[in-house]
Design a protein around this ligand. Structure first.
Ligand code: SF4
Length: 79
């Protein structure tokens, strides 16, 4: 399991999450920030740092959120 960055990041892109991640697994992409699902240790620090509540745990995702996990996997070359 991992945390996933959703739609609100695309308007905000604050990057506050990058500063707090203890394993440095958040990177800026062309349209939003992305969490590397293979490195994330599920600590939850990024969730409280995000000003627009864009980050959820994978199991909390709705079906509409699923493309955001797929985008992250593509960004990191996992799929
Ligand atoms: Fe980084 Fe923790 Fe957020 Fe995963 S949950 S992206 S390890 S800050």
């Amino acid at each position: 399991m991992a945390y996933v960055i959703l739609q609100p990041c695309m308007e905000e892109k604050s990057g506050d999450c990058v500063e707090v991640c203890p394993v440095d697994c958040i990177e800026e992409g062309p349209d939003q920030f992305y969490i590397d699902p293979e490195i994330c240790i599920d600590c939850g620090a990024c969730v409280t740092a995000c000003p627009v509540d864009a980050i959820v745990e994978e199991y909390e995702m709705t079906p509409e959120d699923e493309p955001f996990l797929e985008k992250a996997e593509k960004f990191y070359g996992i799929k």
